[in-house]
Design a protein around this ligand. Structure first.
Ligand code: NAD
Ligand code: DAU
Length: 341
Protein backbone atom coordinates (compact mmCIF):
# COMPACT_ATOMS: atom_id res chain seq x y z
CA UNK A 1 0.00 0.00 0.00
CA UNK A 2 1.18 3.52 -0.81
CA UNK A 3 2.37 5.65 2.11
CA UNK A 4 0.85 9.10 2.48
CA UNK A 5 3.20 12.02 2.94
CA UNK A 6 1.65 15.31 3.96
CA UNK A 7 3.63 18.37 2.86
CA UNK A 8 2.72 21.79 4.30
CA UNK A 9 3.72 24.92 2.37
CA UNK A 10 3.86 22.93 -0.87
CA UNK A 11 2.73 25.88 -2.99
CA UNK A 12 5.79 27.87 -1.92
CA UNK A 13 9.37 27.75 -3.16
CA UNK A 14 11.05 24.77 -1.49
CA UNK A 15 7.81 22.91 -0.72
CA UNK A 16 6.80 22.84 -4.39
CA UNK A 17 10.24 21.63 -5.46
CA UNK A 18 9.89 18.89 -2.83
CA UNK A 19 6.40 17.95 -4.10
CA UNK A 20 7.76 17.57 -7.64
CA UNK A 21 10.74 15.54 -6.43
CA UNK A 22 8.37 13.13 -4.66
CA UNK A 23 6.01 12.85 -7.64
CA UNK A 24 8.94 12.24 -10.01
CA UNK A 25 11.18 10.02 -7.89
CA UNK A 26 9.08 8.46 -5.11
CA UNK A 27 6.05 7.14 -6.93
CA UNK A 28 5.23 4.88 -3.98
CA UNK A 29 4.02 7.92 -1.99
CA UNK A 30 0.65 9.60 -2.15
CA UNK A 31 1.43 13.32 -1.73
CA UNK A 32 -1.03 15.50 0.17
CA UNK A 33 -0.24 19.21 0.09
CA UNK A 34 -1.65 21.68 2.62
CA UNK A 35 -1.09 25.36 1.94
CA UNK A 36 -2.92 28.52 2.98
CA UNK A 37 -1.90 30.22 -0.29
CA UNK A 38 -0.48 33.35 1.30
CA UNK A 39 1.13 36.10 -0.81
CA UNK A 40 4.23 33.84 -1.10
CA UNK A 41 2.38 31.04 -2.90
CA UNK A 42 1.48 30.82 -6.54
CA UNK A 43 -1.14 28.16 -7.18
CA UNK A 44 0.01 27.88 -10.81
CA UNK A 45 3.26 26.46 -9.43
CA UNK A 46 1.26 23.30 -8.74
CA UNK A 47 -0.53 23.12 -12.13
CA UNK A 48 1.36 20.02 -13.22
CA UNK A 49 1.03 18.32 -9.82
CA UNK A 50 -2.76 18.85 -9.85
CA UNK A 51 -2.96 16.52 -12.86
CA UNK A 52 -1.10 13.73 -11.07
CA UNK A 53 -3.37 11.08 -9.46
CA UNK A 54 -0.80 10.69 -6.64
CA UNK A 55 -1.35 14.32 -5.58
CA UNK A 56 -4.05 16.03 -3.55
CA UNK A 57 -4.25 19.69 -2.55
CA UNK A 58 -5.97 21.31 0.45
CA UNK A 59 -6.14 25.08 0.89
CA UNK A 60 -5.82 25.26 4.67
CA UNK A 61 -3.99 27.28 7.29
CA UNK A 62 -1.72 25.36 9.65
CA UNK A 63 -2.95 27.62 12.46
CA UNK A 64 -6.48 26.24 12.03
CA UNK A 65 -6.55 23.30 14.43
CA UNK A 66 -10.00 22.06 13.41
CA UNK A 67 -9.23 22.19 9.68
CA UNK A 68 -5.85 20.48 10.10
CA UNK A 69 -7.26 17.74 12.33
CA UNK A 70 -10.00 17.06 9.75
CA UNK A 71 -7.36 16.62 7.02
CA UNK A 72 -5.47 14.17 9.25
CA UNK A 73 -8.68 12.27 9.91
CA UNK A 74 -9.42 12.02 6.17
CA UNK A 75 -5.89 11.40 4.86
CA UNK A 76 -4.19 9.56 7.74
CA UNK A 77 -0.67 10.68 6.77
CA UNK A 78 2.26 8.40 7.60
CA UNK A 79 4.83 11.19 7.29
CA UNK A 80 4.50 14.96 7.71
CA UNK A 81 7.02 17.48 6.37
CA UNK A 82 6.42 21.00 7.63
CA UNK A 83 7.64 23.65 5.19
CA UNK A 84 4.78 26.11 5.81
CA UNK A 85 6.13 29.31 7.28
CA UNK A 86 6.44 33.01 6.91
CA UNK A 87 9.93 33.00 5.45
CA UNK A 88 11.14 36.52 4.65
CA UNK A 89 13.42 38.25 7.18
CA UNK A 90 12.59 41.79 5.97
CA UNK A 91 8.84 41.20 6.42
CA UNK A 92 9.49 39.84 9.93
CA UNK A 93 11.22 43.10 10.82
CA UNK A 94 8.12 45.03 9.66
CA UNK A 95 5.51 42.74 11.21
CA UNK A 96 6.72 40.04 13.63
CA UNK A 97 3.30 38.85 14.88
CA UNK A 98 2.34 36.66 11.91
CA UNK A 99 5.78 35.00 12.10
CA UNK A 100 5.15 33.92 15.67
CA UNK A 101 1.63 32.76 14.85
CA UNK A 102 2.43 30.68 11.77
CA UNK A 103 5.95 29.53 12.50
CA UNK A 104 5.49 28.63 16.18
CA UNK A 105 1.78 28.09 16.82
CA UNK A 106 1.18 26.60 13.36
CA UNK A 107 3.98 24.10 14.00
CA UNK A 108 2.40 23.27 17.34
CA UNK A 109 -0.96 22.55 15.64
CA UNK A 110 0.78 20.25 13.14
CA UNK A 111 2.56 18.35 15.92
CA UNK A 112 -0.61 18.08 18.01
CA UNK A 113 -2.34 16.53 14.98
CA UNK A 114 0.61 14.13 14.60
CA UNK A 115 0.29 13.13 18.26
CA UNK A 116 -3.45 12.63 18.06
CA UNK A 117 -3.56 10.62 14.83
CA UNK A 118 -0.11 9.00 15.02
CA UNK A 119 2.63 9.33 12.38
CA UNK A 120 5.90 7.56 11.77
CA UNK A 121 7.71 10.88 11.30
CA UNK A 122 7.23 14.62 11.73
CA UNK A 123 9.96 16.50 9.91
CA UNK A 124 10.50 20.18 10.67
CA UNK A 125 12.19 22.17 7.89
CA UNK A 126 14.53 24.49 9.75
CA UNK A 127 17.07 27.12 8.87
CA UNK A 128 20.73 27.89 9.58
CA UNK A 129 19.59 31.34 10.75
CA UNK A 130 18.84 29.83 14.17
CA UNK A 131 22.60 29.86 14.84
CA UNK A 132 22.85 33.64 14.40
CA UNK A 133 25.79 34.85 12.34
CA UNK A 134 29.55 34.40 12.03
CA UNK A 135 32.21 37.11 11.72
CA UNK A 136 33.40 37.94 8.19
CA UNK A 137 37.07 37.68 9.19
CA UNK A 138 36.88 34.11 10.58
CA UNK A 139 36.50 31.82 7.54
CA UNK A 140 37.53 28.92 9.79
CA UNK A 141 34.22 29.07 11.73
CA UNK A 142 31.08 27.12 10.71
CA UNK A 143 27.66 26.29 12.12
CA UNK A 144 27.59 22.78 13.63
CA UNK A 145 24.45 21.07 14.94
CA UNK A 146 25.55 21.88 18.52
CA UNK A 147 26.35 25.55 17.83
CA UNK A 148 24.27 27.52 20.37
CA UNK A 149 20.96 28.93 19.16
CA UNK A 150 21.50 32.69 18.97
CA UNK A 151 18.95 34.42 16.77
CA UNK A 152 18.90 37.92 15.30
CA UNK A 153 15.54 38.60 13.59
CA UNK A 154 11.92 37.89 14.51
CA UNK A 155 11.95 35.36 11.64
CA UNK A 156 14.95 33.40 12.91
CA UNK A 157 13.63 33.59 16.47
CA UNK A 158 10.30 32.11 15.39
CA UNK A 159 12.08 29.30 13.51
CA UNK A 160 14.33 28.58 16.52
CA UNK A 161 11.25 28.45 18.75
CA UNK A 162 9.63 25.94 16.40
CA UNK A 163 12.78 23.76 16.45
CA UNK A 164 12.88 23.82 20.25
CA UNK A 165 9.19 22.97 20.44
CA UNK A 166 9.70 20.06 18.06
CA UNK A 167 12.55 18.71 20.21
CA UNK A 168 10.35 19.17 23.29
CA UNK A 169 7.58 17.11 21.63
CA UNK A 170 10.17 14.40 20.91
CA UNK A 171 11.45 14.29 24.48
CA UNK A 172 8.16 14.82 26.31
CA UNK A 173 5.70 12.89 24.16
CA UNK A 174 8.03 10.67 22.13
CA UNK A 175 6.84 12.23 18.85
CA UNK A 176 9.19 10.89 16.14
CA UNK A 177 10.68 14.22 15.13
CA UNK A 178 13.60 15.09 12.87
CA UNK A 179 14.86 18.58 12.02
CA UNK A 180 16.99 19.78 9.10
CA UNK A 181 18.64 23.21 9.13
CA UNK A 182 19.56 24.42 5.70
CA UNK A 183 21.47 27.36 4.28
CA UNK A 184 20.14 29.79 1.61
CA UNK A 185 18.34 28.07 -1.28
CA UNK A 186 18.06 29.25 -4.87
CA UNK A 187 16.30 27.80 -7.92
CA UNK A 188 12.91 27.68 -9.68
CA UNK A 189 9.72 29.00 -8.04
CA UNK A 190 11.39 31.29 -5.48
CA UNK A 191 9.23 34.34 -4.74
CA UNK A 192 10.90 37.53 -6.03
CA UNK A 193 11.19 39.20 -2.61
CA UNK A 194 14.36 37.16 -2.02
CA UNK A 195 17.80 38.25 -3.25
CA UNK A 196 18.33 36.11 -6.37
CA UNK A 197 14.87 36.24 -8.04
CA UNK A 198 14.45 39.91 -7.08
CA UNK A 199 17.73 40.79 -8.78
CA UNK A 200 16.89 38.67 -11.86
CA UNK A 201 13.46 40.33 -12.12
CA UNK A 202 14.85 43.86 -11.76
CA UNK A 203 17.79 43.30 -14.09
CA UNK A 204 15.62 41.88 -16.88
CA UNK A 205 13.56 45.09 -16.66
CA UNK A 206 16.65 47.35 -16.43
CA UNK A 207 15.52 48.49 -12.95
CA UNK A 208 18.00 49.35 -10.15
CA UNK A 209 19.36 46.40 -8.13
CA UNK A 210 19.03 47.32 -4.42
CA UNK A 211 22.07 45.92 -2.57
CA UNK A 212 21.86 46.35 1.20
CA UNK A 213 24.87 48.26 2.57
CA UNK A 214 28.10 47.42 0.81
CA UNK A 215 26.90 43.96 -0.23
CA UNK A 216 29.64 42.24 1.77
CA UNK A 217 27.35 39.98 3.84
CA UNK A 218 27.96 36.35 3.03
CA UNK A 219 25.40 33.59 2.42
CA UNK A 220 26.02 29.87 1.80
CA UNK A 221 23.99 28.99 -1.32
CA UNK A 222 22.46 25.57 -2.06
CA UNK A 223 20.46 24.58 -5.16
CA UNK A 224 16.90 23.87 -4.02
CA UNK A 225 16.79 20.34 -5.43
CA UNK A 226 19.81 19.42 -3.32
CA UNK A 227 17.98 20.68 -0.22
CA UNK A 228 15.00 18.48 -1.19
CA UNK A 229 17.27 15.45 -1.60
CA UNK A 230 18.70 16.26 1.84
CA UNK A 231 15.23 16.22 3.42
CA UNK A 232 14.48 12.89 1.71
CA UNK A 233 17.75 11.51 3.07
CA UNK A 234 16.77 12.58 6.60
CA UNK A 235 13.34 10.95 6.19
CA UNK A 236 14.80 7.73 4.83
CA UNK A 237 18.03 7.39 6.80
CA UNK A 238 17.92 9.94 9.64
CA UNK A 239 17.48 9.12 13.34
CA UNK A 240 14.52 10.50 15.27
CA UNK A 241 15.33 13.23 17.77
CA UNK A 242 18.27 14.39 15.63
CA UNK A 243 19.12 17.66 13.88
CA UNK A 244 20.94 17.62 10.50
CA UNK A 245 22.64 20.65 8.95
CA UNK A 246 22.34 20.85 5.15
CA UNK A 247 24.66 23.04 3.10
CA UNK A 248 27.25 22.83 0.38
CA UNK A 249 30.22 25.05 1.40
CA UNK A 250 29.29 27.60 -1.23
CA UNK A 251 29.81 30.95 0.44
CA UNK A 252 29.44 34.12 -1.58
CA UNK A 253 29.13 37.82 -0.73
CA UNK A 254 25.85 39.36 -1.93
CA UNK A 255 27.67 41.72 -4.27
CA UNK A 256 29.35 38.74 -5.99
CA UNK A 257 25.93 37.12 -6.57
CA UNK A 258 24.50 40.32 -8.01
CA UNK A 259 27.46 40.74 -10.37
CA UNK A 260 27.16 37.12 -11.56
CA UNK A 261 23.46 37.67 -12.34
CA UNK A 262 24.22 40.86 -14.28
CA UNK A 263 26.95 39.12 -16.23
CA UNK A 264 24.73 36.13 -17.09
CA UNK A 265 21.97 38.47 -18.27
CA UNK A 266 24.38 40.73 -20.18
CA UNK A 267 23.34 43.78 -18.12
CA UNK A 268 25.61 46.61 -16.88
CA UNK A 269 26.91 46.88 -13.30
CA UNK A 270 25.66 50.48 -13.31
CA UNK A 271 22.25 48.99 -12.36
CA UNK A 272 23.64 48.23 -8.87
CA UNK A 273 22.32 50.69 -6.25
CA UNK A 274 23.53 50.53 -2.67
CA UNK A 275 20.63 51.11 -0.28
CA UNK A 276 20.23 51.32 3.51
CA UNK A 277 21.22 48.13 5.30
CA UNK A 278 18.78 45.60 6.83
CA UNK A 279 18.30 46.17 10.58
CA UNK A 280 20.33 43.64 12.59
CA UNK A 281 21.73 42.23 9.32
CA UNK A 282 23.46 38.86 9.86
CA UNK A 283 27.00 39.02 8.49
CA UNK A 284 27.88 35.49 7.44
CA UNK A 285 26.19 32.09 7.35
CA UNK A 286 28.27 28.97 6.79
CA UNK A 287 27.05 25.42 7.38
CA UNK A 288 29.18 22.45 8.35
CA UNK A 289 27.27 19.60 6.64
CA UNK A 290 29.63 16.81 7.69
CA UNK A 291 27.06 15.00 9.87
CA UNK A 292 24.62 14.69 6.92
CA UNK A 293 27.55 13.71 4.66
CA UNK A 294 28.72 10.95 7.00
CA UNK A 295 25.46 9.63 8.47
CA UNK A 296 23.11 10.05 5.49
CA UNK A 297 25.54 9.93 2.57
CA UNK A 298 24.05 13.24 1.43
CA UNK A 299 25.90 16.00 -0.41
CA UNK A 300 25.07 18.60 -3.03
CA UNK A 301 25.09 17.54 -6.68
CA UNK A 302 24.50 20.87 -8.45
CA UNK A 303 27.45 23.27 -8.32
CA UNK A 304 26.72 27.00 -8.15
CA UNK A 305 28.01 27.93 -11.61
CA UNK A 306 25.62 25.37 -13.10
CA UNK A 307 22.72 26.02 -10.68
CA UNK A 308 22.68 29.77 -11.21
CA UNK A 309 22.54 29.30 -15.00
CA UNK A 310 19.63 26.84 -14.63
CA UNK A 311 17.88 29.29 -12.30
CA UNK A 312 18.26 32.33 -14.56
CA UNK A 313 17.11 30.30 -17.55
CA UNK A 314 14.06 29.07 -15.60
CA UNK A 315 13.02 32.64 -14.77
CA UNK A 316 13.55 33.73 -18.40
CA UNK A 317 11.33 30.83 -19.52
CA UNK A 318 8.68 31.57 -16.89
CA UNK A 319 8.13 35.30 -17.10
CA UNK A 320 4.35 34.78 -16.82
CA UNK A 321 4.87 33.10 -13.46
CA UNK A 322 7.05 36.03 -12.37
CA UNK A 323 4.44 38.54 -13.55
CA UNK A 324 1.75 36.75 -11.52
CA UNK A 325 3.92 37.02 -8.41
CA UNK A 326 4.82 40.66 -8.93
CA UNK A 327 1.36 42.03 -9.63
CA UNK A 328 -0.96 43.25 -6.85
CA UNK A 329 0.38 43.09 -3.28
CA UNK A 330 4.00 42.86 -4.46
CA UNK A 331 3.95 46.37 -5.95
CA UNK A 332 2.87 47.86 -2.61
CA UNK A 333 5.45 45.77 -0.78
CA UNK A 334 8.21 46.88 -3.14
CA UNK A 335 7.20 50.52 -2.83
CA UNK A 336 7.15 50.33 0.97
CA UNK A 337 10.48 48.53 1.32
CA UNK A 338 12.54 50.16 -1.40
CA UNK A 339 11.05 53.51 -2.51
CA UNK A 340 12.76 55.72 0.08
CA UNK A 341 15.52 53.40 1.13
P1 NAD B 1 8.02 30.41 0.90
O1 NAD B 1 7.70 31.69 1.59
O2 NAD B 1 8.41 30.42 -0.53
O3 NAD B 1 6.77 29.42 1.02
C1 NAD B 1 6.05 29.27 2.21
C2 NAD B 1 4.75 28.54 1.88
O4 NAD B 1 4.05 28.34 3.10
C3 NAD B 1 3.82 29.35 0.96
O5 NAD B 1 3.27 28.51 -0.03
C4 NAD B 1 2.73 29.84 1.90
O6 NAD B 1 1.46 30.00 1.27
C5 NAD B 1 2.70 28.73 2.93
N1 NAD B 1 2.18 29.21 4.22
C6 NAD B 1 2.56 30.32 4.89
N2 NAD B 1 1.82 30.43 6.03
C7 NAD B 1 1.00 29.36 6.06
C8 NAD B 1 0.03 28.92 6.97
N3 NAD B 1 -0.26 29.61 8.09
N4 NAD B 1 -0.63 27.77 6.71
C9 NAD B 1 -0.36 27.05 5.59
N5 NAD B 1 0.53 27.45 4.67
C10 NAD B 1 1.21 28.58 4.91
O7 NAD B 1 9.13 29.72 1.80
P2 NAD B 1 10.36 28.79 1.36
O8 NAD B 1 11.50 29.65 1.02
O9 NAD B 1 9.89 27.77 0.43
O10 NAD B 1 10.69 28.11 2.78
C11 NAD B 1 10.05 26.90 3.15
C12 NAD B 1 10.57 26.48 4.51
O11 NAD B 1 11.97 26.28 4.44
C13 NAD B 1 10.34 27.50 5.59
O12 NAD B 1 10.00 26.82 6.78
C14 NAD B 1 11.68 28.20 5.75
O13 NAD B 1 11.86 28.69 7.05
C15 NAD B 1 12.63 27.07 5.44
N6 NAD B 1 13.94 27.43 4.86
C16 NAD B 1 14.01 28.26 3.77
C17 NAD B 1 15.27 28.52 3.20
C18 NAD B 1 15.40 29.40 1.96
O14 NAD B 1 16.51 29.72 1.58
N7 NAD B 1 14.33 29.82 1.32
C19 NAD B 1 16.42 27.97 3.75
C20 NAD B 1 16.30 27.14 4.89
C21 NAD B 1 15.05 26.87 5.42
O1 DAU C 1 19.78 31.00 5.51
C1 DAU C 1 18.51 30.50 5.24
C2 DAU C 1 17.53 31.63 5.07
O2 DAU C 1 17.83 32.24 3.82
C3 DAU C 1 16.07 31.17 5.12
O3 DAU C 1 15.79 30.67 6.39
C4 DAU C 1 15.13 32.33 4.77
O4 DAU C 1 13.79 31.87 4.71
C5 DAU C 1 15.54 32.90 3.43
O5 DAU C 1 14.72 34.02 3.12
C6 DAU C 1 17.00 33.32 3.43
O6 DAU C 1 17.20 34.45 4.30
P1 DAU C 1 18.16 35.68 3.87
O7 DAU C 1 17.77 36.86 4.67
O8 DAU C 1 19.58 35.27 3.88
O9 DAU C 1 17.70 35.82 2.31
P2 DAU C 1 17.38 37.09 1.40
O10 DAU C 1 17.23 36.57 0.02
O11 DAU C 1 16.28 37.91 1.97
O12 DAU C 1 18.71 37.93 1.49
C7 DAU C 1 19.97 37.37 1.13
C8 DAU C 1 21.02 38.45 1.35
O13 DAU C 1 20.82 39.48 0.37
C9 DAU C 1 20.94 39.13 2.70
O14 DAU C 1 22.25 39.41 3.16
C10 DAU C 1 20.20 40.43 2.42
C11 DAU C 1 20.61 40.76 1.01
N1 DAU C 1 19.60 41.49 0.19
C12 DAU C 1 18.36 40.95 0.12
C13 DAU C 1 17.37 41.59 -0.62
C14 DAU C 1 15.97 41.03 -0.69
C15 DAU C 1 19.95 42.62 -0.50
O15 DAU C 1 21.11 43.08 -0.47
N2 DAU C 1 18.99 43.26 -1.24
C16 DAU C 1 17.70 42.80 -1.31
O16 DAU C 1 16.85 43.45 -1.98
Amino acid sequence: MKKTILVTGGAGFIGSNFVYLLLDERKDYKVVCVDALTYAANIHTLNKAMQNPNFKFYKEDIRNREGIFKIFEDEKPDIVVNFAAESHVDRSIENPAIFLETNILGTQVMMDACRKYGVERFHQVGTDEVYGDLPLDRPDLFFHEDTPIHTSSPYSTSKASADLLALAYYRTYGLPVTISRCSNNYGPYQFPEKLIPLMINNATQNKPLPVYGEGLNVRDWLYVKDHCYGILAVLEKGKVGEVYNLGGHNEKANIEIVKIILQELGKPESLITHVADRKGHDRRYAIDPSKANKELGWGPTTMFNEGIKLTIQWYKDNMDWMRECTSGEYMQYYQKMYANR
